[in-house]
Structure formats: structure tokens, C-alpha cells
Unconditional design. Structure first.
Length: 80
């Protein structure tokens, strides 16, 4: 029974990210373990990292939300 609830929460989290208007959030990974949701992947800004976390907060239903998303700014062109 617990596995079914955990699977539903994970699927709901993935669906919420898939529906995001920020395309980077659609490629993040969500895993679940021991009453926690783990969010991993890469985004271009700390704002997007926070946005992903806050998107999942209502879905986590009291579980620990571990945000391990890496912020990797794209290389800016060199200024001459």
C-alpha cells in the first residue's frame, strides 16, 4: 500500500514539473526514498532551482524535500 502512495506522489511531482512553463524544469529527476523526495538535475539559475522546489512542496505532503539541483550558467560569449 505504501509503495502505491509513494508512486502516486512521485508521478504527481513529475507531472507538475512536466507542466511547468520553464522548459528546464521538465528535465529534472524526482526520486523517493525513506519519506523524502529527491530532486536532481541541472538548471541555469538559482531562481529556477527554487522554482522547482516550490513546485514540488505542495505535492511532498510533509515529506522531506531534498533539492540537489545543480545551477550551471551557460557560458557567456567573451567580450572583446
Amino acid at each position: 500500500m505504501r509503495e502505491n502512495v509513494e508512486t502516486q506522489i512521485k508521478l504527481a511531482a513529475l507531472a507538475a514539473l512536466a507542466e511547468s512553463s520553464v522548459s528546464e524544469l521538465r528535465f529534472l529527476r524526482v526520486d523517493e526514498s525513506d519519506n523524502a523526495l529527491h530532486l536532481t538535475g541541472q538548471v541555469r539559475s538559482f531562481y529556477h532551482k527554487q522554482l522547482a522546489q516550490e513546485t514540488l512542496r505542495p505535492i511532498a505532503e510533509g515529506r522531506l524535500l531534498v533539492n540537489s539541483v545543480d545551477v550551471r550558467a551557460y557560458d557567456a560569449p567573451a567580450v572583446a
